[in-house]
Design a protein around this ligand. Structure first.
Ligand code: ATP
Length: 351
């Protein structure tokens, strides 16, 4: 079965991880067909748009997209993959592989997944001058005076919908059912301060929980969760959070097991999914062939599973685990001196 993958290699150091990972997947000979939509600065120079219609068509026609991290102008493509394709559930696994440079004394057995709501919350991108709110005369519950009267400054809108919360919570419950884990869903919100918004997210999660009696449900205030995630990470299986907390805490979870360079992610919607490492473009190490490609490899294995190649995905994950366990060919962020391509070659040999 031929599957088409749109590849956007990304910016700065990201393509240095993406290129050998595509080569690794190609070597499987499982009928993956790669398409490279032209986006970002190159597309703008040639067509006048950083995200031309042809790139959108390529993404639409592909079975999925593998996306390197972007900065600047390739962001328009990311915007389309996220809000255009309504990929509402951002799945970010946090699993310790023996040999990774975790800062914890005993990281063995850490294996949980953060499901971050991907479209709403503070990231709806509505910000402005506080004075614009004067006609609304919005009285703050905590400051007890109209919000525009606090001083000169800016506001941001945090939008949480019932529908958006329900679909991501259901997704997280179903993941907890499918996963070979503790069958537990943890919800983390700041509902004590944000009663209307995070309160709604938690209310929805509690209501949906009744429909999944086979999955244990618990909730924590997000700051308490952050502490528990570091003190007792093995307690967690699947964790669902509004967008901003999920964004921040999944990077922290990457640090917990060893590096941002290990943190994979997949973004799922009703009829499209795309896959991207959770880290940024690592501009400080661009051009040196030392970016850790593990996050890109593990995002690619999530993609393989989504495309129906679960066995190949497991085989590659096992090969990555063997390279870490061997400890001979690790990238500098993991305390080694191997290059990105040497790491990928070691994974290919382990396969
Ligand atoms: P963004 O805002 O897009 O998340 P950022 O600039 O905050 O990006 P990153 O680009 O993720 O953050 O980089 C943060 C630090 O982590 C940098 O020092 C970078 O070199 C390092 N880093 C990120 N990803 C990797 C990786 N895959 N391998 C090694 N180091 C990495």
């Amino acid at each position: 079965m031929l599957k088409t993958v749109a590849v956007i290699p990304g910016d700065d150091a990201a393509p240095e991880a993406m290129r050998p990972v595509v080569a690794l997947l190609d070597s499987l000979n499982i009928g993956l067909h790669w398409q490279y939509p032209e986006v970002g600065e190159a597309a703008e120079a040639r067509t006048g748009s950083p995200f031309p219609a042809a790139a959108k068509r390529t993404i639409d026609a592909a079975d999925t997209t593998l996306f390197g991290s972007t900065s600047g102008k390739s962001g328009a493509a990311l915007h389309y993959l996220r809000w255009g394709k309504e990929t509402y559930a951002n799945v970010r696994p946090c699993r310790y592989l023996p040999g990774c440079a975790s800062p914890l004394r005993d990281p063995a057995g850490i294996d949980f997944v953060i499901v971050r709501e991907n479209l709403e919350d503070l990231y709806v991108g509505v910000e402005g001058e506080l004075q614009e709110l004067a006609p609304l005369n919005l009285a703050g519950r905590t400051i007890r005076k109209p919000v525009h009267a606090i001083g000169h400054g800016r506001y941001a809108v945090k939008a949480i919908t019932r529908e958006g919360s329900e679909r991501v919570v259901r997704f997280a419950f179903e993941l907890a059912q499918k996963r070979d884990g503790r069958r537990k869903l943890t919800c983390a919100t700041k509902h004590n301060m944000l009663r209307e918004t995070d309160g709604l997210f938690l209310d929805v999660a509690r209501a949906v929980a009744v429909e999944y009696p086979d999955v244990e449900f618990e909730s924590f205030i997000v700051d308490d969760f952050a502490c528990r995630m570091i003190r007792e990470p093995r307690q967690f299986d699947v964790v669902v959070m509004p967008n901003q907390y999920g964004d921040i805490l999944s990077d922290a979870a990457g640090g917990l097991v060893g590096s941002l360079g290990l943190a994979a992610s997949g973004c799922f919607g009703a009829d499209y999914a795309y896959f991207e490492p959770a880290h940024g473009t690592a501009p400080d190490i661009a051009g040196r062939n030392i970016i850790n490609p593990t996050a890109t490899i593990l995002s690619a294995t999530m993609m393989l599973e989504h495309l129906g190649f679960a066995t190949h995905a497991r085989n590659i994950e096992a090969a990555v685990a063997r390279v870490y366990a061997g400890g001979q060919t690790l990238t500098p962020d993991q305390g080694g001196s191997a290059s990105t391509t040497e790491f990928c070659d070691a994974v290919a040999r382990a396969l």
